[in-house]
Design a protein around this ligand. Sequence first.
Ligand code: TYD
Length: 209
Amino acid sequence: MAKGIIISFEGTDGSGKTTQIKALSEYLAKKGYQSEMLREPGGTKIGEEIRSIVLNKYNTEMASLTEMLLYASSRAQMMEEKVEPLLKEGRIVILDRFFDSSLAYQAFGRDLDFDAVLSINLAAVKNIIPKITFFIDITPEQSLKRRQNASETDRLENEDMSFHYKVYEGYKKLLEKFPDRIVRIDGTKEAKEITKEITSYVDNILKED
Ligand code: TYD
């Protein structure tokens, strides 16, 4: 049986992650691979409850550390309840955001200590890290433009542009820190072209296994 692996997607809001995740999952199905798409909180009841606190736009007094720990808690729950069993079955787990989001948004965006956020998150995921992470790169301005059509915004999306810039710069730093795992994809290209690029990386990984 094939080894289970995690493939994660990252990017600012509106980067087209969801479209690409669907396309990758369809591609894998055609090739006969069983994949599972999850987005945090991954459909866990406890995770949903945590996330409703984190994203509630009326929770304006939330401390940055609280925010970071809540995301990590929801992640820990999803890992144990959903991801680990799937990996054991040999599935490919495609994640729409994972701990790199906490490094970009909470460490860089909220100015929390990077090493602390990293070690708390590695503990939360029991050191199970993605085989590859796609960072779909669009600038904060492009992201804002794409989001203007969205009806409801959450507490994080309501942050000012300087926060979104810090997150974006954070992702760039993550690319430098983890060059063997994180791949930058130009999010301004045609969706089909992006899919081709992503699937060719994934093909190479599947060949290795
Ligand atoms: P999500 O529900 O994944 O929305 P989307 O990817 O469609 O924007 O995430 C909601 C918000 O939470 C988003 O603005 C990013 C933020 N976020 C963090 O700040 N830290 C995290 O660890 C995660 C997973 C998300």
